[in-house]
Design a protein around this ligand. Structure first.
Ligand code: FAD
Length: 447
């Protein structure tokens, strides 16, 4: 029987192990997880901290016991892999429970160690109470300190997905919140006008927003000096300025690293060593639209890659087609969603494009609660190929998912008018905003 070792027991690793078991009931599967918790919902952590999720156990999808019992998969928690020995086909493992090192052989190896938070360059960082949010342990520590040390105020460093979600959740928890963002807009993968909608929402909900600013220094009295010269007070800092692939073991083992800094894999998730697969936040994949190298550290991607690797390992090849980067974020009562490329990324890549945009009511105006929805779509003039779309407002999720499906099904922007979208007044309009985009795009595509 094939013996498969897995490094990392959360999104990519645990999913892979389950998928493999479904496809092969004979394989010996052992998962190594350096922390004490496997299979937890990383994405749910901000909502636990905000109190939307009441029990931390609700975030845990499986335990070593349930994996053993239900799937005959052995999960060794608090077991850290410290080297991949390719010539011997073994791993060296540090068992933090017994405090001993040992080796384990493999026929196939799956590498899914995730990413590590980037620590921004702040003078005297050690003076402050600094946190990041990546592991279950990180979440528990922050939770405990907010209550135990009676924190009243937070400074969130970084206005990306995690910074924005935490802004809402820390406010919900009753804290005063500063959000410091280096560039001129939050969630800067959005069109600037769309970011502005989120910024307005943040201000309305009482977040102190500092755009075009970084935290420069933590002063002796623990106040924070920002790069724009202002000084703010906060009981703690949450560092959420981005992540980098946790590729150390791969690098040391001589696995190839790509230009974006992730581990290189082929369309079946194999590294340059055909017995070693890599998936999740640690890899470099390719862009679905441009076929260029791209890293998208998101959960869908990790899950899909886990499936592709399991299929390939059991002799049934299904190529990964690349990543659209479909993503969504809730910011209080606003929702922002994206798929594919923005105007600025297309411009940067020198890809010519046309744009159609629309601000509509998410559903029939006469039905109560018709909130605004802003949509934009970019496409090629020559053939109507959809290159990217963004939406902000109520119903953004549905429209972006429809457009993502359209791209995956090779529909063009001209096909959007033909999509028959479910309608009753509380949900949409007889012509859905997605249909409207299609009608608007017609005149901008070459006949
Ligand atoms: P992880 O899930 O992080 O798993 C890697 C595991 O490997 C870790 O548990 C780590 O301890 C372990 N490990 C590392 N090195 C070793 C070693 N040497 N030996 C043994 N074990 C090791 N994505 C979305 O799509 N939507 C969201 O809303 C969303 N929200 C998020 C919110 C937060 C706060 C965070 C942190 C992430 C969020 N993500 C979201 C991203 C998503 O969680 C990741 O893309 C996904 O978890 C990646 O899976 P992975 O297997 O690569 O890494």
């Amino acid at each position: 029987n094939m013996k498969v070792l897995v490094i990392g027991g959360v999104a990519g690793g645990a999913t892979f192990a389950s998928q493999l078991r479904m496809l092969d009931d004979q394989a010996e599967i052992i998962v190594f997880e350096k922390d004490g918790t496997m299979s937890f919902a990383n994405c749910g952590m901000p909502y636990y901290l905000g109190g939307f999720v009441e029990e931390k156990e609700q975030l845990i999808a499986a335990t070593p016991e349930s994996f053993q019992k239900d799937k005959s998969i052995e999960v060794r928690i608090r077991h850290e892999v410290i080297s991949i020995n390719r010539s011997k086909k073994t791993l060296t493992i540090n068992d933090h429970i017994q405090n001993e090192m040992y080796e384990e052989t493999y026929d196939k190896l799956v590498y899914s160690p995730g990413a590590v938070p980037i620590v921004p360059d702040i003078e005297h960082l050690d003076r402050g109470n600094c946190y990041s949010l990546r592991s279950f342990k990180d979440m528990l520590k922050l939770d405990e300190h907010i209550s135990g040390r009676s924190y009243q105020s937070a400074c969130l460093v970084g206005g990306g997905f995690i910074g924005l979600e935490m802004a809402e959740n820390m406010k919900e928890r009753g804290l005063d919140v500063h959000l410091v963002q280096r560039s001129g807009h939050v969630l800067n993968l959005l069109e600037p006008a769309f970011s502005e909608i989120l910024e307005k929402e943040l201000l309305q909900k009482g977040i102190d927003l500092h755009l075009n600013a970084t935290v420069k220094r933590i002063n002796e009295d623990k106040s924070l000096l920002l790069s724009d010269g202002s000084e703010i007070e906060a009981d703690f800092l949450l560092l959420a300025v981005g992540i980098k692939p946790n590729k150390h073991l791969a690098e040391t083992a001589g696995l190839k690293i790509g230009e974006t800094g992730g581990v290189c894999v082929n369309e079946y998730m194999q590294t340059n060593d055909e017995d070693i697969y890599a998936i999740g936040d640690v890899i470099e994949s390719i862009d679905y639209i441009t076929s260029q190298p791209k890293r998208v550290p998101l959960a869908w991607v990790a899950h899909r890659e886990a499936y592709i690797a399991a299929r390939h390992m059991t002799g049934d090849s299904l190529p990964f087609k690349g990543i659209l980067g479909t993503a969504i974020c809730k910011v209080f009562d606003q929702t922002a969603a994206v798929v594919g490329h923005s105007a600025s990324s297309l411009t940067e890549m020198k890809i010519p494009f046309e744009t159609a945009e629309l601000t509509a009511r998410q559903h029939a105006g006469y039905y109560p609660g018709a909130a605004k929805l802003s949509l934009v779509i970019h496409f090629s003039h020559d053939d109507g190929k959809i290159l990217g779309a963004q939406a902000v407002g109520e119903g953004a999720d549905k429209r972006i998912d429809v457009i993502s499906t359209a791209i995956t099904g090779n529909l063009t922007v001209l096909d959007l008018q033909t999509l028959e979208i479910a309608y009753a007044p509380p949900y949409s309009a007889p012509k859905d905003p997605v249909n409207m985009l299609g009608y608007k795009a017609v005149k901008k595509v070459k006949k």
